[in-house]
Design a protein around this ligand. Structure first.
Ligand code: 17E
Ligand code: FE2
Length: 419
């Protein structure tokens, strides 16, 4: 007698082939995958040949600012910098309660849509470290249904203010999983370079991952990614390192970009593009032609680098929209990065699933629907990855830690023939 039995699944396997099978779950773990399992279960779901996939991974979001849009005012220019100003005002009156309520509401929104692994930034350039403390408490409170990683993110720069460097280290002492940074927003280029070196030192000292907001600007002179690549080559930390946004990469001249791609090839650095928000935040100082302001996703992917897509924001000072739907993110990435070839479309699906899992540095036995692994997966109203993205398929069921966490009905339309 299994805990849960899913009949007639189209299972998207780790090798990306699809098999038709039943899936049995027992004590939080995938216990059997086979055609016509001859057993009963406490709960049986008839999947009717819909797609069973590992869950979505949200590799980049700011939960501390989520759901604050309009507080205290709307971002009228639509720029990153007005967003930072608005957030600076809003963060003066954060409380643990305020951050925790919004973060948990956002995580529920995500989980109901199949997201079971999340990496969130927490702004640590605010002296009380309320955002960080709140997200660390949330990480603990939700761990039985969603996995949260927290990045110590110095929104105002590590050297923007003398206390910020101390706050960074305090955040790591408190238990942040990842060291963040924002070199393009440090006061000088030298400070930016110094900040990247400091981030690597801290990550080694505290044995943490790295995820840097890097070159999130249209300035083709913003070249901190090369510093990240150099530190990754010298420290051999590559797979633990992530460069987020890197939108200036879309503005570099090709001669420089090709050289940089070669340096990056010598590392295992992960990349995160946030297409929904960077297509709106960047290009704001351009007239026409107007840049897309998204990193070179296709070229990085073509040379085998690990690239994932993140949502970045849900209703905050930088982006008033956002629903937590990772297929919206994949679809926007597909369009903006012109990932329209057949393998490219499938790759966009992987960028919100497997590639995100790799960026989060999840252990191999933690992700994927396989016998013996934790039963974390979702059922999509789709037949394959292409169909899922094209139709922004409904996530019908979410199974977390072997338990049914959420169920959603697909929309139903009746057609009344006019003839
Ligand atoms: N802060 C930042 O520096 N960049 C962003 N894209 C967001 C917050 C959302
Ligand atoms: Fe971000």
């Amino acid at each position: 007698m299994y805990d849960l039995l899913l009949r007639q699944c189209r299972l998207l396997q780790t090798d990306r082939t699809i098999v038709e099978a039943d899936i049995a779950v027992e004590k939080g773990v995938v216990a059997a995958i086979a055609p016509n399992i001859q057993a009963s279960a406490k709960i049986t779901l008839d999947i009717q040949r819909q797609l069973v996939s590992p869950p979505f991974v949200e590799s980049h979001i700011h939960l501390d600012s989520a759901l604050t849009v309009g507080q205290p005012r709307w971002n009228q220019s639509g720029t990153l910098f007005e967003g930072i100003e608005i957030w600076r005002e809003r963060k003066q009156n954060l409380s643990l309660e305020d951050v925790k309520l919004r973060a948990i509401e956002t995580l529920k929104l995500q989980a109901t849509q199949g997201v079971l692994f999340v990496r969130s930034h927490a702004d640590v350039s605010e002296t009380s470290l309320t955002a960080l403390q709140a997200l660390l408490e949330v990480r603990e409170a939700v761990k039985h249904w969603i996995t949260l990683q927290v990045v110590a993110f110095p929104q105002d720069g590590i050297y923007g203010n003398p206390i910020n460097e101390i706050l960074m280290e305090k955040a790591l002492d408190m238990g942040a999983d990842v060291v963040g940074g924002i070199p393009h927003y440090e006061l000088t280029r030298e400070d930016g370079v110094k900040s990247v070196h400091r981030i690597f030192e801290l990550a080694q000292k505290y044995d943490r991952l790295i995820d840097i907001h890097c070159d999130e600007i249209d300035d083709e002179q913003s070249r901190f990614l090369e510093v990240v690549a150099a530190c990754a080559i010298r420290s051999d930390m590559g797979a633990k390192v992530t460069a987020s946004h890197t939108t200036a990469f879309g503005s570099y001249n090709n001669a420089y970009a090709f050289k940089l791609l070669g340096f990056l090839q010598r590392t295992a650095v992960n990349f995160i593009a946030n297409p929904l928000i960077n297509i709106t935040l960047q290009g704001r100082t351009d007239t026409y032609p107007k840049r897309r302001g998204v990193t070179r996703v296709k070229e990085l992917w073509q040379q085998g680098m690990n690239v994932s897509f993140g949502h970045d924001c849900i209703q905050d000072p930088w982006y008033s929209l956002g629903t937590g739907n990772m297929l919206d993110v994949a679809s926007m990435g597909l369009h903006v990065c012109q990932m329209t070839g057949t393998a490219e479309i499938d790759a966009c699906y992987d960028m919100v699933t497997w590639n995100g899992a790799k960026t989060l540095h999840l252990a191999d036995d933690q992700y994927g629907v396989e016998i013996g692994k934790p039963a974390n997966f979702m059922v999509l109203d789709a037949i394959d990855r292409y169909d899922a993205i094209r139709r922004r398929a409904t996530v019908r069921y979410v199974i977390s830690r072997g338990k049914l966490l959420a169920r959603t009905e697909s929309p139903q339309t009746n057609w009344y023939d006019p003839t």
